[in-house]
Design a protein around this ligand. Structure first.
Ligand code: ADP
Ligand code: ADP
Length: 228
């Protein structure tokens, strides 16, 4: 699903955020991405999400070499990727329904098709019946669930989450992680960047570790990863 081959990313200005990173995440796998602040986690996710291009090396997503796809193809490939952010990035002047329906409107779904999909997505995240509310009327954990519903509404095979529990207390964090677990259970590939190591230990999934832009552990050789 995701393959990095000797991937380096140097930003304009010369800062090297990733240094010859190699790893592979198989289809249907759930993996964490950890490391200190500034280690390169967001940069790695942005490369996977086609928001940045590698400076050196190859990034393959679902067999597509990102160096070989044209600018025009980017929106099509991005549809296969659901992205979740720490600050959820909801539109505060739109209802829950409109926030979740946004990706469907962009793809040209009709109103009635969109309604079915949005309801299904909200049911999956435990927010059925909240369509008419505005984000401000919801708790932080519920707002993050709306962000997750928006990411899954067009059923992408790959979910990327950047510090999805960064603003939540431990019990809400666990609920959000269990939600990702449920998508993993039905075959979705999930990559979650987080600094919450206690939660990572509890979830018992693979942990990819970045330090200063280098991948110092891919969670395979160390024995730390023992699938249940
Ligand atoms: P993390 O998500 O692990 O905190 P990031 O990938 O956000 O790490 O950042 C890695 C390093 O790259 C940081 O030092 C950050 O300041 C730098 N960086 C990130 N984005 C840019 C950018 N667009 N331009 C220049 N430097 C950047
Ligand atoms: P997050 O931690 O939520 O991923 P960041 O603060 O790392 O957010 O980055 C937010 C935005 O700012 C990104 O688009 C990133 O490319 C940019 N950015 C981060 N660090 C730098 C930097 N040192 N110079 C320029 N842009 C940066």
């Amino acid at each position: 699903m995701i393959r990095f081959e000797q991937v380096s990313k140097t930003y304009p200005g010369g800062f090297q955020a990733l240094n010859r990173v190699n790893f592979h995440v198989a289809a249907g796998e759930l993996a964490f991405l950890t490391g200190h602040s500034g280690a390169g986690k967001s940069t790695l996710l942005r490369l996977v999400a086609l928001m940045e291009r590698p400076t050196l090396g190859r990034v393959l997503i679902n067999g597509h070499d990102l160096n070989k796809i044209s600018r025009r193809q980017v929106p099509y490939l991005r549809r296969d990727i659901g992205m979740i952010f720490q600050d959820h990035r909801l539109l505060m002047d739109k209802t829950v329904f409109d926030n979740v329906a946004l990706p469907l409107y962009i793809e040209g779904y009709t109103q009635s098709e969109a309604r079915k999909r949005v309801q299904a997505a909200l049911d999956k995240v435990g927010l059925g019946g909240q369509e008419r509310k505005y984000p401000i009327m919801l708790s932080g954990g519920e707002q993050q669930r709306v962000g997750i519903a928006r990411a899954i509404v067009n059923k992408p095979p790959l979910l990327l989450a950047d510090e999805p529990t960064g603003n939540l207390d431990p019990s809400l964090s666990l609920e959000i992680m269990n939600l990702f677990e449920s998508f993993h259970q039905v075959g979705v590939s999930v990559l979650i960047a987080t600094h919450d190591l206690a939660l990572v230990a509890r979830m018992r999934h693979r942990n990819l570790v970045l330090r200063n832009g280098a991948m110092i552990d891919d969670g395979l050789a160390s024995g730390a990863y023992e699938p249940l």
